[in-house]
Ligand binder design. Structure first.
Ligand code: DX5
Ligand code: ZN
Length: 222
């Protein structure tokens, strides 16, 4: 089953709870949190306290995408706050095996993230140790960017790598996904589709989430 993961980065934080509830009513499968520290990426967002508040009211899994330095220092805080999935960048870590094992030892699913210009070969070894891979289809740091079309080729190649090395690994894709490309992206091999502005820019978040979820369901039948 293809999973839809709204990214709250594009939400209106004044009414965050209402908007998350609308996503859940519309069929969101998990919630994606873009954690940025102003060092690894040129933007600052939020920390574990935000996940902790949401976790108390929300039954779907929380997916923390860490775009921060010193991941080992903060991984325990995010899992304690309620993250069910935690992903870290392959570009950002000299001891990625240790960080992935840390995530798993604390009971969360471990993911590795790869930026658009990083060769997929950087994942070869690491695929043995992860539950999921997050393929970036924009450069990380901001919502609302344009999908990098080359990502479709990368996704297909990644899918075949995963099948060859560790078929249990799920593929998540993140950046520039919206109603016009979600079916193509799902069919190219993505299992989890992150959508930020493609949901939260809508006047009716519940209806937009449902529309995207239905497109994903229809893509499975094609
Ligand atoms: C970018 C983030 C994405 C982003 C997606 O650094 O990882 O999750 O918020 O937003 P859209 O769907 O607007 O590209
Ligand atoms: Zn993200």
């Amino acid at each position: 089953m293809k999973l839809l993961a709204p990214s709250i980065l594009s939400a209106d934080f004044y009414v965050l709870g209402e908007q998350i509830s609308a996503c859940i009513r519309g069929g969101a499968d998990l919630l994606h949190f873009d954690v940025m520290d102003g060092h690894f990426v040129p933007n600052i967002t939020f920390g574990p306290v935000v996940l902790e508040s949401i976790k108390k009211h929300c039954s779907i899994p929380l997916d923390a995408h860490l775009m921060i330095e010193n991941v080992d220092k903060y991984i325990p805080d995010f899992i304690k706050a309620g993250a069910d999935m935690v992903s870290i960048h392959v570009e950002n870590n000299h001891h990625i095996h240790r960080s992935l094992e840390l995530i798993k030892s604390l009971g969360a699913k471990a993911g590795v993230v790869i930026n658009p210009a990083t060769p997929l070969s950087a994942l070869e070894e690491v695929l043995l140790y992860v539950d999921f891979v997050l393929l970036m289809s924009v450069n990380p740091g901001f919502g609302g960017q344009k999908f990098i079309t080359r990502s479709i080729e990368r996704l297909k190649k990644l899918k075949s790598m995963v099948l060859g090395i560790n078929p249990k690994v799920l593929i998540e894709i993140d950046g520039g996904i919206n109603e016009s490309n979600i079916v193509e992206v799902a069919q190219a091999g993505a299992d989890i589709l992150v959508v930020g502005s493609g949901i939260f820019a809508s006047q009716d978040i519940e209806a937009q989430t449902r529309k995207l979820k239905n497109l994903l369901i229809s893509s499975e039948a094609l």
